[in-house]
Design a protein around this ligand. Structure first.
Ligand SMILES: O=C(O)C(=O)C[C@]1(C(=O)O)C=C[C@@H](O)C=C1
Length: 236
């Protein structure tokens, strides 16, 4: 990629930049294979004016164009990185991303729409790794997205931190599920396992975790249920 960045200037954003940042945001989104925006430019400008006060926002200025890009960070996250199409292929995105890496040397995550193949290729080319994919039900656009990470100077440490976060949620869910397995048992007239119900549990899990597949999830569900029944029996 050409890196004609001799006339590029990266600087912290000021509240007065919000309108220019919104113009970049809207133009960059329009030019990319992303879902239709849910907010107009005026809304985006108001929202960015508030974000400039609370978040770390860096502006990319090109001598011949003015504001052509920006990056917005919150702790552990790169929330926005947009470059106006007028400045495409001039190394602006790479320069902003290098700055973000320097600001977050321990690593950070970001979300990208699954449909945005150019952005995914850009991030892959800059050493980011793709983590989980979603069906989009949790984002405003309702469009599938992918979580990426730049794992920083100590990738094992950073990624283990992400595992710890998920395990905290998984532990809570296992405790809730085990309590339900225990609560059901007095209402059954047999202590025999119900393979049909357990298969249905695995099939339901597979709709949430298709990459694991029903057979693996059946084994996982079997282990969870076995240990939950065992723990319930120990309490009685
Ligand atoms: O649904 C039941 O019958 C239960 O006892 C609960 C449960 C489960 O934990 O999901 C446990 C054992 C059965 O083999 C099937 C399901």
């Amino acid at each position: 990629m050409p890196t004609d960045t001799s006339d590029l200037w990266l600087r912290p954003a000021e509240p007065g930049d919000a309108a220019a940042l919104a113009a970049v945001h809207v133009a960059a989104r329009r030019a990319a294979p992303m879902p239709a925006p849910v907010h107009g430019e005026a809304d985006v400008a108001r929202w960015l004016a508030a974000r400039v006060e609370t978040d770390e926002v860096w502006v990319a200025d090109l001598a011949d164009h003015g504001v052509v890009g920006y990056a917005r960070l919150t702790p552990g996250w790169l929330d926005d990185l947009y470059v106006a199409p007028v400045a495409a292929r001039r190394g602006v995105g790479g320069a902003l991303l290098d700055l973000v890496k320097a600001r977050e040397p321990d690593g950070f995550c970001l979300w990208v729409f699954a449909s945005n193949a150019p952005a995914r290729a850009f991030y892959a080319g800059h050493g980011l790794v793709e983590l989980e994919s979603t069906d989009g039900s949790a984002n405003e656009e309702g469009a599938p997205d992918v979580r990426l990470a730049w794992p920083g100077a100590e990738p094992l440490r950073f990624l283990r931190g992400l595992v710890d976060d998920v395990d905290a949620q998984l532990g809570d869910l296992l405790a809730r599920r085990a309590a339900l397995t225990r609560a059901i048992q007095p209402f059954k007239d047999t202590t025999r396992r119900d393979p049909g119900r357990e298969r249905a549990v695995a099939e339901s899990l597979a709709t949430r975790a298709p990459e694991l597949g029903v057979e693996r999830l059946e084994r996982i569900a079997h282990a969870i249920i076995t240990e939950s029944l065992d723990a319930a029996a120990e309490r009685t």
